[in-house]
Design a protein. Structure first.
Length: 276
């Protein structure tokens, strides 16, 4: 239990608490915490970054709406560029085809959607790579400059997921997309889900199988904190149907995670361990 001197707010966060020590009488005493106050309206950063973060924390809603403008512009760019091939096809059919024109226009619209899907699979990872803020492991309050890369990265992932990716899962196309988004993927991996966040901090080693509708992400939230931590699934492991793997989890070699299981943060399952 940690008490902030300024805010008088107590925090009890088992997953992200500091380590405990034990004395000779087997009595546990907590070490001092350097944890920041997630309810602060000021920033510890210096210069322009400190001013921006202070504005973000003080005005929250309006400030975050402004902070989301870059991802809104990214959406416009990604959608616009992805629609160009389909638009060219539909325009050509509209102007050049006269026989059975309604039929061919409808067929061209269907083809335009597929062209959009193929295009956005490649355009979004390119925009993600060019993004000026990069997602890294981190722990802190929601209203922080360091949380913005998490929003941006996952917003781009969701754009593809909800407009096309479900239609090509599981195929090598969805594996290719996650690789281009920064996920470390070995040989012979099968991904039968689109319930994935933070792909750039997830590692799937050789011959990993991700079952249908399983959920993978490299973060968790607790007690006012956002914690971004890598998730690793070792060689030959299998994640069962609708299982959930949270941030800061390591699944060992050839481990099978049972369907509908939930692996909480800091879980480590080694080869040969029995699951509860």
């Amino acid at each position: 239990m940690i008490k902030d001197k300024n805010s008088e707010i107590e925090e009890d966060i088992p997953h992200i608490g500091e380590p405990e020590s034990t004395d000779g009488d087997q009595k546990k005493t907590s070490t001092k915490s350097s944890r920041v106050n997630v309810h602060a309206t000021t920033s510890d950063l210096s210069g322009a970054a400190g001013i921006l973060e202070g504005f973000l924390r003080k005005f929250k809603g309006p400030a975050f709406a402004l902070a989301m403008l870059p991802i809104g512009l990214s959406y416009i760019v990604c959608l616009g560029l992805s629609l160009i091939p389909g638009y060219i096809l539909v325009e050509y059919v509209w102007n050049e085809v006269s026989v059975l024109r309604p039929l061919f226009i409808c067929l061209s619209l269907a083809c335009a959607y597929l062209l959009y899907g193929v295009s956005i699979i490649f355009i979004v990872p390119l925009v993600n790579k060019l993004m000026f803020l990069k997602l890294k492991p981190w722990r802190g309050g929601w209203y922080s400059l360091q949380s913005l890369p998490w929003y941006y990265h996952n917003a781009l992932v969701q754009l593809v997921r909800y407009t096309f990716l479900d239609l090509v899962t599981p195929t090598p196309i969805n594996v290719l997309f996650y690789k281009m988004m920064g996920m470390k993927i070995g040989k012979g991996v099968m991904i039968n889900t689109t319930n994935i966040s933070d792909p750039c901090l997830i590692t799937l080693e050789d011959n990993v199988t991700i079952g249908g509708s399983a959920t993978l992400f490299a973060h968790y939230a607790q007690g006012g904190y956002l914690v971004i931590a890598p998730t690793v699934i070792r060689k030959g492991a299998t994640i069962g149907l609708k299982a959930s793997i949270m941030g800061d989890v390591v699944v060992g070699e050839k481990v099978t995670v049972k369907p509908h299981s939930i692996l909480l943060p800091k879980t480590r399952i080694n080869k040969g361990d029995k699951q509860v």
